[in-house]
Design a protein around this ligand. Sequence first.
Ligand SMILES: Cc1ncc(COP(=O)(O)O)c(C=O)c1O
Length: 362
Amino acid sequence: MKSLASKLAPKAVEKLIPYQSARRIGGSGHLWLNANELESSCQYGDESKGRNDVYNRYPDFLPHDIAVEYQAYCEQASGALGCETVAVRGADEAIDLLIRTFCQPGNDQIMVCPPTYGMYEFCADAFSVNTLAVPLLDNFQLDVAAIKAQLADTSLLFLCSPNNPTSNTIHHHDIVELLEASKASTLIVVDEAYIEFAPETSVLHLMVQYPHLIVIRTLSKAFGLASIRCGFLMADESVMSYVARLIAPYPIADPTAEIALKALAPEGLKSMRSQTDELITTREWFISELQALQIVDVVYASATNFVLIHFNTSNSIYDYLLTKGIVTRNQAHESMLEHCVRISIGSKNSMLETLNALQQYQ
Ligand SMILES: Cc1ncc(COP(=O)(O)O)c(C=O)c1O
């Protein structure tokens, strides 16, 4: 039977043969003169440390070892997944790749549930793909009935859980209901960029049952590695066989791969988990202190490394904090989030300074 991925992939993608980079073609020999690289250059590294410390050679055409380590990390929590994993340049690249793989410009559409992460719509716009918005309900949960009503015309549905900027997780039963309803029409992408802050809510274990579920992850948040640009796309082989055709020839730079491997080794995971615990403690303390402030209307419960605050003043708290040298994220332009500011959780000292500034507001 034809997979949903093969039904959705436009003809142009169907016909694509992945770019045959020198590293992909490979070969065996003792002289490597096939990629127009300089044969020796230790100008920026230390050749005595071996391949990983010199940068004259192109990296793997698809870095297999980080993908294997990342999948092992996920399987510790979710059991055997039966999916494939590829490393990409941040979760943002995964979003872009999925739209370019499964949507035809001017023809297809994606669905998003705002307020949510802006890159889904941005990537669709950049590729002339229409975005249908089905807003979240007042409690920031999905409007399942409205989504189901429009699935038939939607190639990709992007869900974000925990969601940025609302900081809540999406009900598991709603995701399952949508997976059931979309089997013949729509690939469902769950963006789990913040999942380490609520690991028990991951939908990864559902991949065995639903081959049209795609999960996006990143090392930018709980792992604290935003600058190395490393994320992961996890999907069934039927989906991945199309995505793989569009992946750039050498997506992950060697220094990124080296750091990612350290982060995914047992010591790295241990340190990520203890930093996450510490951040959650700081976040909960910060929330309780905020709730005591007169200018605060609501601090939404958070399953992320940030908090969303609804202030009860029409003045911009975002602008006020800027005058104190504190840069936060103004959400006032988003429908449903008037008077809201999103604040990332930093060190206890940073949060104390922010709290002091808010206490001084009058
Ligand atoms: C929900 C969500 N997905 C993806 C990203 C991008 O992640 P990356 O840094 O891996 O590109 C972000 C960044 O803020 C995000 O909030």
